[in-house]
Write a protein that binds this ligand. Structure first.
Ligand SMILES: [Zn+2]
Length: 332
């Protein structure tokens, strides 16, 4: 018990120093130095260390050695825990090499620069990295991604009744769990494959930031909190804070992944998603050359060149359209 009080006091000291440092001009003696906290840090659990790191991210006057020491401690504890089997090499937070930021207070903390510096990224969606994909709730998709009544809908809506179980799509760590504006009660999970998934309008939340969740694990119960008409799950897939059409990854009819290995390619609309081992796209209703180019992150002129299209083209349903350069063949 005494231990808990000591830790609480220690966290309080940190917060006071943070507040102090934000309000007053910094002086050398307000520097958060490693030596004054070493003993307390050595006592902390992994979640406590993670919370501490979070709270220090915005501190302008923290000793770099302090960060390094906390990370080292967290690494050591994490290495001892058996639940790291999906991480594929250690990182403190899932997908950290794509982000470098772990923020449990803001739903979308990432700056534009993260997206702008991106060009093409390989994502591994195979079960060895992030568990077997699990469709978050097996209800009817009532609204898809894209323009809807003059507003852009950044996810899909899945019909459910209040109290229905909502599950994690992949294995990962809860980054945000709480109430946020129009989303109402919302959970955001960061996955080891680098994606983040968003589960909004929940009635009840069953997880907290820092929780490791296995794909298919219960995150909360569906509802209609926030800006919502009728009970449903608003589900988003994001990379580096930018929403991607879930249908680029997921076959909504069969509720399965379309493919395991993809390249995300930045374009004007966000990210195109190109399966690495699929050579042809088969035209469906509503497809146009520019829609296909956008979906797969291909420049329209390349799409035309790869398919030998010289003038305006009329697509037929079921027509095979090459979505890889000609040197890549469908041999396997
Ligand atoms: Zn929605």
């Amino acid at each position: 018990m005494e231990n808990i009080f000591r830790r609480a006091a220690m966290v309080l000291v940190f917060f006071c120093l943070l507040v102090h440092s934000n309000v007053y001009a910094l002086e050398e003696d307000t520097l958060l130095r490693l030596d004054s906290f070493r003993a307390s840090i050595e006592d902390m659990s992994e979640p406590e260390l993670n919370l501490l790191l979070d709270s220090l991210f915005d501190a302008p006057n923290a000793d770099p050695d302090l960060f390094a020491f906390i990370r080292l401690r967290a690494d050591a504890l994490h290495a001892l825990s058996p639940k790291n089997q999906f991480a594929g090499g250690f990182s403190l937070y899932p997908g950290n090499r794509f982000y470098g930021v772990w923020d449990t207070q803001h739903i979308f903390p990432y700056s534009d620069s993260l997206y702008k510096s991106d060009t093409a990224t390989h994502l591994d969606l195979s079960p060895t990295i992030s568990g077997d994909f699990y469709f978050p709730f097996p209800g009817l998709v009532t609204s898809r991604y894209g323009w809807r009544d003059s507003a852009f809908h950044r996810g899909i809506d899945i019909d459910l009744n209040r109290g229905d179980s909502v599950h994690a799509a992949f294995t990962g760590m809860v980054r945000f769990a709480g109430r946020s504006g129009g989303f109402g009660n919302v959970v955001i999970v960061r996955h080891y494959n680098g994606l983040e998934t968003v589960y909004a309008h929940l009635w009840k939340i069953n997880v907290k930031p820092g929780d490791i969740v296995i794909s298919g694990q219960l995150l909360g119960l569906g509802g209609s909190t926030g800006h919502s008409t009728g009970t449903h799950l608003h589900f988003e897939v994001r990379f580096r804070g930018v929403a991607i059409n879930p249908e680029f990854f997921i076959d909504l009819e069969n509720r399965t992944l379309l493919t395991f290995q993809v390249r995300l390619i930045r374009n004007k609309q966000g990210y195109g998603v190109r399966p690495e081992n699929i050579v042809y796209h088969y035209v469906v209703r509503g497809d146009t050359p520019s829609k296909i180019a956008q979906r797969y992150g291909i420049a329209l002129r390349d799409l035309k060149m790869w398919n030998g299209w010289t003038s305006s083209i009329r697509l037929r349903k079921g027509q095979a359209v090459r979505i890889q350069p000609p040197e890549i063949t469908a041999s396997r």
